[in-house]
Ligand binder design. Structure first.
Ligand SMILES: *[C@@H]1O[C@H](CO)[C@@H](O)[C@H](O)[C@H]1NC(C)=O
Ligand SMILES: *[C@@H]1O[C@H](CO)[C@@H](O)[C@H](O)[C@H]1NC(C)=O
Ligand SMILES: *[C@@H]1O[C@H](CO)[C@@H](O)[C@H](O)[C@H]1NC(C)=O
Length: 502
């Protein structure tokens, strides 16, 4: 039987998970600060992303896929837990090298629901959900058997003397000073400090392909979570990608990520597990427009990183499963929140007894069906209970109750994007029809529009119901930082942080 026919037979006879001959494997690529308009398959004219384009051509490409936050840490927390960051306390902003808090250990990650089913689990790349005292928040404490990576953003340490491109092109800008240089961590141990950017992507790619090969050889189902550093500032790339795109440093960094996607796909093929693996690709938040031509691009969407306009949170997203997902494009609304319940459903995993914000996407993926997601909620970088949601999307309409620019989105001609665009409440909310006006340019006047007024009433009801269920977890990021918690390969050295260099 052809696998597509097999699938249809399966869906008629039983639940998806019970009819696969073995547990499916899962690979998630999570790009960093990559915008809606950055991939060639999303219309960028000079990006070189042949492997992602192939994934999109043979898989399902989403046009209306959202992350839950316009910045990194909260977005990652939501993907791994299927819950808005406000519940887990991963707000406001992001974790720092010496952060005291982290993703709380009583939150359940995708890796933790797969482990009891016999999965091998690995994380590789940018963690950014805390390190804490004795590495208590590292991936190995959150359901992952193995980890290799820089545990936060690679600009969260001085970078002005580091090499970002061969032969010895220094990284652009200075990054964060006054903290340790960025370390490369294997499981809980520092392998290198500062990290060698020219060899980093190759180390990640090798780690990922070795993990797949080993799992396949052991006939063990696996979950590979690959949150990339690419294409976050400062961009870097080794010799296989440097200078090879037409788009400059950003394009080269993106090409290097695309190469890894190609290596992983080739390994899935070679090890014979390609027909049993769901591959997902998306990004954590919108592009950092303040980096100008070195930053990403939100395409026709408004503003970028740091804002609750669509440019800050609508992301490129691709789902690929050879033989099971029909090639195509979907306009159904979906989110990183939906990955957790989708994977749990496919694997036959038990959901944790907590409030989940995601919806099973299997109908969208396998049946060209409708999304179970009715609405998407938009929280700013620094959510609080007083203001609550900044915006809500229901169907094609989005209502902004509050708007605010962000320094991350500076430098475009749109005056609503930069940090100087101060916090404003809108009553009635600013309403846009995202199907007719994806750029959120033309607010709809409610006057003489009873139809839109009715939608707004519905949005208000959904917002009130949602906020009534929202219990803000204790803020993990407001617990602050302790310089002694910064990872140092030479813990007893002095003076810190500059002596943390091995
Ligand atoms: C985790 O523990 C904290 C502190 O006790 C509690 O407030 C929170 O509700 C717990 N979260 C979950 C998901 O159980
Ligand atoms: C960076 O390099 C310059 C020139 O080589 C040197 O003067 C400076 O002290 C270095 N800075 C750091 C933080 O290492
Ligand atoms: C995957 O399925 C296709 C179509 O059924 C088949 O031609 C191919 O050999 C399979 N590949 C592997 C590695 O099993």
């Amino acid at each position: 039987l052809h696998s597509a026919q097999l699938l249809i037979t399966c869906l008629l006879l039983c639940t998806f998970s019970s009819c696969l001959s073995s547990k499916p494997n899962f690979v998630i690529f999570f790009a960093d600060d990559l915008g809606f308009g950055d991939l060639s398959c999303y219309g960028h004219p000079t990006s070189l992303t042949p492997n992602l384009d192939l994934l999109a051509a043979k898989g399902l490409r989403f046009t209306d896929f959202y992350s839950t936050s316009p910045v990194c840490s909260p977005s990652r927390a939501s993907l791994l837990t299927g819950r808005y960051q406000t519940r887990s306390g991963v707000y406001p902003g992001v974790f720092y090298p010496g952060s005291i808090g982290g993703l709380p250990l009583n939150e359940t990650t995708i890796a933790e629901v797969l482990k009891p089913l016999g999965y091998a689990t690995a994380a590789v790349g940018k963690w950014h959900l805390g390190i804490g005292s004795n590495g208590m928040f590292l991936p190995t404490k959150q359901g992952f058997d193995e980890y290799l990576g820089v545990p936060y953003s690679h600009d969260q340490g001085p970078c002005h003397n580091l090499t970002c491109f061969p032969p010895d092109v220094k990284c652009y800008g200075v990054c964060d000073v006054g903290v340790v240089t960025v370390p490369l961590i294997h499981n809980e141990n520092i392998k290198q400090q500062p990290v060698n950017f020219l060899e980093l992507e190759k180390a990640y790619s090798d780690f990922a392909t070795r993990f797949i090969t080993t799992s396949a050889k052991n006939k063990q189902p696996f979950f590979l979570y690959y949150p990339a550093h690419h294409t976050h500032y400062p961009q870097y790339a080794g010799s296989d990608a440097a200078g090879r795109s037409l788009r400059g440093p950003f394009g080269d960094a993106l090409l290097e990520l695309d190469n890894t996607v190609g290596n992983v796909m080739a390994t899935l093929q070679k090890t014979g597990v390609i027909n049993n693996t769901l591959v997902l690709f998306t990004s954590d938040n919108g592009p950092e427009l303040m980096r100008m031509s070195r930053g990403g691009n939100s395409g026709l969407l408004k503003c970028g990183k740091g804002t609750t306009y669509d440019g800050g949170m609508r992301e490129p997203a691709i789902a690929y499963w050879q033989g099971f997902i029909e090639p195509g494009v979907t306009h159904e609304m979906a989110s990183t929140l939906d990955i957790f319940p989708t994977i749990a459903s496919l694997a036959g995993a038990k959901l944790p007894p907590v409030m989940l914000d995601g919806f099973d996407m299997t109908d969208i993926l396998f049946k060209q069906g409708k999304s179970k997601r009715e609405a998407m909620m938009f929280y700013p970088i620094d959510p609080n209970e007083k203001y609550g949601l900044f915006a809500v999307r229901l169907g094609k309409f989005k209502a902004h109750f509050y708007t605010q620019g962000a320094s991350h989105s500076a430098s475009t001609p749109d005056h609503d994007c930069p940090g100087s665009a101060s916090f404003v409440g809108h009553d009635p909310p600013l309403m846009f029809n995202l199907e007719a006006d994806p750029s959120e340019r033309y607010p709809i006047s409610l006057k003489d529009r009873p139809d839109v007024q009715a939608v707004l009433e519905q949005i208000r009801t959904i917002k009130a119901q949602f906020e009534a269920t929202m219990v803000f977890g204790e803020s993990q990021i407001s617990k602050g930082s302790n310089p002694n918690l910064e990872p140092c390969c030479n813990p007893d050295c002095s003076p810190k942080p500059s002596c943390c260099h091995c």
